[in-house]
Design a protein around this ligand. Structure first.
Ligand SMILES: [Zn+2]
Length: 399
């Protein structure tokens, strides 16, 4: 594919009816039904994978008093990127990140060393104040959602948690068909905390990268203000590099937020906080996927997975019967329009629907479907059960 024929996600989003942007909400996405299916399918995939790893999902307020960010340290370093305003003589913010609120949930009761690690995941709606001039489609937005999580752990649990996170990142990216690249981002000039703690945190991360045997490079001075991080990048189908996931090790916020657990000897100890996102902003990630696949999503992510095309009105009943049979496992439509078969095939291919099932007299009699792909490949006549097995396999394998 040449660069000239490549479309950007805004154009594809319009053609495929996934989402739109409106002047009333610069930097925010209006999700249409088909785009929202992609969003929810991706979210469900992430939810399932993290639930199996012992995460518990929480949800915290979007509108919150700014003083929580003064306490966490964000106010000093991040205030100009936040939306802040007065409500009843007090300053409130739209949260730009979930970390301090997640610490409040951790601190809401006494935690024992036995309870750790505690892994809270959150799909919180975040706002960051970007100038309208730099906003661009799904890539630079003011409102977005991160597949966020905060792990509260003891010092002796850090290594295992980071190792597991690296494995999780590799697993998630492999199932999406990407090959992740790893970077260790070290202490920036504008940083909180003492040099010794930073060194320790950096070496903890480096040790995990070595133990997991992944190749990595260093990004000097690119850490968060509260701790070093591992950044994970991918290359898309057009050779562009994107930073998506991060794993951040933080000794500062537990201190500033004043959270603790009770150790073996009944003494209060600070947990360490690990921040992590696998895809980063879901909005941006979907924008990247739209361009990466140029709208031809793998079957499991396709908003419509199958379209049934009756040869004429006479076969609408059978087409509906096929739809009903497939509905429990796939997202199916019937094209009942009074159009030629060629026109229906052309439209379904333009909508990038993975499977087109043509049904007429022969198919109805044999309880079969004439199966073709969006690329125009003829898979011949399959029984309904054969087709069911085929599409189920695609969905399970995320192909
Ligand atoms: Zn965080």
């Amino acid at each position: 594919m040449t660069t000239a024929t490549l479309k950007d996600h805004r154009e594809l989003g319009r053609e495929l009816d996934l989402f739109s942007f409106h002047e009333y909400a610069p930097g925010a996405i209006f999700w249409h039904p088909k785009g929202w299916i992609i969003y929810r399918t991706l979210q469900e995939f992430l939810r399932n994978i993290t639930a199996s790893q012992g995460y518990q999902e929480i949800s915290t307020p979007v509108l919150i008093k700014s003083k929580i960010f003064e306490k966490s340290g964000h106010w000093k370093h991040f205030r100009e990127n936040m939306f802040n305003f007065e409500v009843e003589n007090e300053t409130y913010s739209l949260k730009p990140m979930n970390c301090p609120e997640s610490a409040l949930v951790f601190g809401s009761k006494t935690r024992s060393y036995n309870d750790l690690p505690i892994r809270f995941s959150e799909y919180g709606i975040l706002h960051r104040n970007e100038l309208t001039g730099v906003l661009g489609g799904a890539f630079r937005v003011r409102q977005f959602t991160i597949d966020d999580a905060h792990i509260f752990a003891r010092q002796d649990q850090i290594q295992e948690e980071i190792n597991n996170l690296l494995k999780l990142v590799i697993e998630v990216y492999k199932s999406l068909g990407f090959n992740p690249k790893f970077y260790l981002s070290t202490k920036p000039d504008k940083a909180m905390g003492d040099a010794k703690t930073w060194k320790e945190a950096e070496s903890d991360l480096e040790k995990s990268l070595k133990e997991t045997k992944v190749k990595y490079d260093i990004k000097p001075k690119d850490g968060a203000f509260y701790g070093p991080k591992i950044d994970i990048h991918i290359d898309d189908s057009q050779g562009r590099d994107w930073q998506l996931a991060t794993i951040q090790l933080d000794f500062q916020q537990p201190e500033s937020m004043g959270i603790s657990y009770v150790d073996k000897n009944g003494k209060n100890e600070r947990p360490v906080m690990i921040h992590r996102g696998l895809t980063g902003s879901l909005e941006r990630f979907i924008g990247i996927l739209v361009e990466h696949f140029q709208g031809s999503f793998p079957v499991w992510l396709s908003p419509v997975q199958v379209t049934v095309l009756p040869l004429s009105d006479k076969f609408i009943n059978y087409a509906q019967k096929v739809r009903k049979a497939l509905e429990p496992i796939a997202r199916v439509e019937v094209d009942e329009r009074n159009e030629t078969l060629q026109a229906k095939i052309r439209d379904a291919s333009m909508q990038k629907i993975p499977y087109l099932l043509v049904v007429g007299g022969r198919e109805e009699e044999a309880e079969k479907v004439a199966t073709r792909t969006r690329e125009g490949k003829d898979l011949g006549q399959l029984t309904l059960n054969e087709f069911k097995m085929k599409i189920q396999q695609d969905i399970d394998k995320k192909s």
